[in-house]
Write a protein that binds this ligand. Structure first.
Ligand code: E4P
Length: 217
C-alpha cells in the first residue's frame, strides 16, 4: 500500500520522506490555509521534495472553471495531480483533464456509486473519506471494501485512495481491505509505530541492562 501524507507542512513531509514513508502528498484548501502559505509557492516546494503525485485541489465550481484551474495547477510541476470534487461538474472536469493525460484525484467521495462514476470518468484516484463517515456513525471502512470489490469486478484502474484517515487502525484496516493508497496526517503515520507492549518491554530491558551493568558498545 502506498503512503501519501495529508498535509502542506513542509517539515513534516521532509522528515517522513527521509524515512521512505512518502509515496505522495495530498493537500486541500483547509490544509493550505493551515500552512499560512501561498498555494502555488507551497505546492511547488512539496513537488520538488517528493517524487510521487502531489494533489492540488481546485476551488472552482463549474466544469469549465475547474478545467482552466486544473490546467494552471498542473503547470506547477509534472507530479501534480489535479484534485476535483465529486460533483457532476467535477466528473466532467475529470474526464477532460484525464483525457489530456493529467493525473486526477476525485475527492469528497462518500458512496460506492460516486466511486463508480469517478472510475467511468477516468479518474487516476478516488478519495473516499473514511473519518467523516465515521463521524456520522457510519462505517467508512465498509465504503473502502465496497469500492475495492466494484473496481476489481470490472478491472477499473482508478486507484482507491483512502482519505480522511484519523487513526493508525484505519491504516492497517485499509491495507487489509486492499486500498491502493492511504493518505494520512503525519501524526497518524507516527502513531503507527506505537504499542504499549513495546514501551513496557523496552522499559524492562533498559532497567535490566542498567542492573546488569551492560554498556552501549
Ligand atoms: C484528502 O485528500 C482529504 O483532503 C483529507 O483526507 C480530508 O481529511 P479530514 O476529513 O480529516 O479533513
Amino acid at each position: 500500500m502506498k503512503f501519501f501524507v495529508d498535509t502542506a507542512d513542509i517539515d513534516a513531509i521532509r522528515e517522513l520522506n527521509e524515512l521512505g514513508m512518502v509515496d505522495g502528498v495530498t493537500t486541500n484548501p483547509s490544509l493550505i490555509k493551515k500552512s499560512g502559505r501561498d498555494i502555488h509557492e507551497v505546492t511547488k516546494e512539496i513537488c520538488e521534495l517528493v517524487d510521487g503525485p502531489v494533489s492540488a485541489e481546485v476551488i472552482a465550481l463549474t466544469a469549465e472553471d475547474m478545467i482552466a484551474e486544473g490546467r494552471k495547477l498542473a503547470e506547477i510541476a509534472e507530479n501534480i495531480t489535479v484534485k476535483v470534487p465529486l460533483t457532476w461538474d467535477g466528473l466532467k472536469a475529470c474526464k477532460v483533464l484525464s483525457e489530456e493525460g493529467r493525473m486526477v484525484n476525485v475527492t469528497l467521495c462518500f458512496s460506492a456509486n460516486q466511486a463508480l462514476l469517478a472510475a467511468k470518468a477516468g479518474a487516476t484516484f478516488i478519495s473516499p473519506f473514511i473519518g467523516r463517515l465515521d463521524d456520522l456513525n457510519l462505517d467508512g471502512l465498509d465504503l473502502i471494501s465496497d469500492i475495492r470489490q466494484i473496481y476489481d469486478n470490472y478491472g477499473y484502474e482508478t486507484q482507491v485512495l483512502a482519505a480522511s484517515i484519523r487513526t493508525a487502525n484505519h491504516m492497517s484496516e485499509c491495507a487489509k481491505l486492499g486500498a491502493d493508497v492511504c493518505t494520512a496526517p503525519p501524526q497518524v503515520i507516527h502513531a503507527m509505530a506505537n504499542h504499549v507492549l513495546t514501551d513496557k518491554g523496552l522499559d524492562a530491558f533498559v532497567k535490566d541492562a542498567q542492573e546488569a551493568g551492560i554498556k552501549i558498545v
